[in-house]
Unconditional design. Sequence first.
Length: 399
Amino acid sequence: MPVAPHIKELMSSSSFIRKMFEEGIRLKAQYGDDKVYDFSIGNPDLEPPKEVKASLARIAASPKTGLHGYMPNAGYPETRAAMAAKVSQEQGVAIDFSYAIMGTGAAGAMNAALKAVLSPGDEVLVPSPFFPEYAHYARNHGGSLKPIPSKEDFSLDVPVIAAAITAKTAAIIINSPNNPSGKIYSNEDIASLAAALKAAEAKTGRQVLVIADEPYREIVYGGRKVAPIFPAIPCSVVVSSFAKNLSLPGERIGYCVVNPACPGAKELADAIIFTTRVIGYVNAPATFQRVVAECWNAPVDYSSYDRRRAALTAVLKDAGIEYNEPEGAFYLFCKVPPRKASTGPETDAEFCDQLQKHRVLGVPGTGFGRSGWFRLAYCVSEATIKNSAESFRAARAEW
Ligand SMILES: Cc1ncc(COP(=O)(O)O)c(C=O)c1O
């Protein structure tokens, strides 16, 4: 009863990934686990590396007291130093620990960063397709998300982004490798975005914060590298987590690192420390701060994602379904095929319903801001992929 009308409205309109995930649980109970091909959610199925479990066991057995108490809102200094070292390596610039703030997952870190820079009525730009939760995160802090279509090949359409920047633009979210397209933005894309931001600042008089959301940075194919943004774009932060690279999504451990070259970088870092508190996170989980301080660079073999990418693309080719070849992350963004006897414009939701009739679960592209497409998360077993082939073929043949 006391639920706010706009929350009721959002609950019914925007939780499609979760809805599919729950539908998967229902179908598995009805048909059996091995008869349902659930590609709905990006929950990594690799186990965390052995270093994580060893570190956790050591921490649990430690005779030290006070391990579970409150701490400074930014996190433990040694964990912040480890995150600063990680991001220094990735971005190729020296970063002091004071620019690193621990967060409750990448989601918590991004909410703290947005809270720090958004005023009521501000806009947050995002190249589409995009991770749908961003819309909620912008709205949480009085802003709104403004999707900007990417090019056909999912690279950044910088002139269109530049034209969309106004004095109301507080931030731009850049997610590379991208969920759902798997695109890695090139050095050239980042350089031209940097030039466009400079020109926009001269026009509007406002600095726009670029938030690089990088939970998939390590999961790349063909030896690709994710372009650093710190050397090119001073007004920037990286937010990330250990949800995907160390398979720890449930532990809610992430961080935000402010570019030391950002004008007012110290003030921005202090603001994000403050907002971590006022949005109610207080601090990131204590035990996993200790774990990631030790294990952030534990070696992980991601080659099974590459194998599964190959397996699923083979299944789709066989079924006659087109897809975008991902460069990183573990999602395939696929085109809704044309219908045999078209009775009107086919929607991605209808094609996902068609797949579901054959016990295949995917997510409509509309929710990611790109209709006519759907997303398959291939962090599932190779057997699931292989056994789904007949269902994809049958669903496509009937369509
Ligand atoms: C692009 C992107 N950003 C952020 C997140 C949230 O990550 P975390 O679980 O660390 O909050 C996800 C999770 O799937 C994601 O795909």
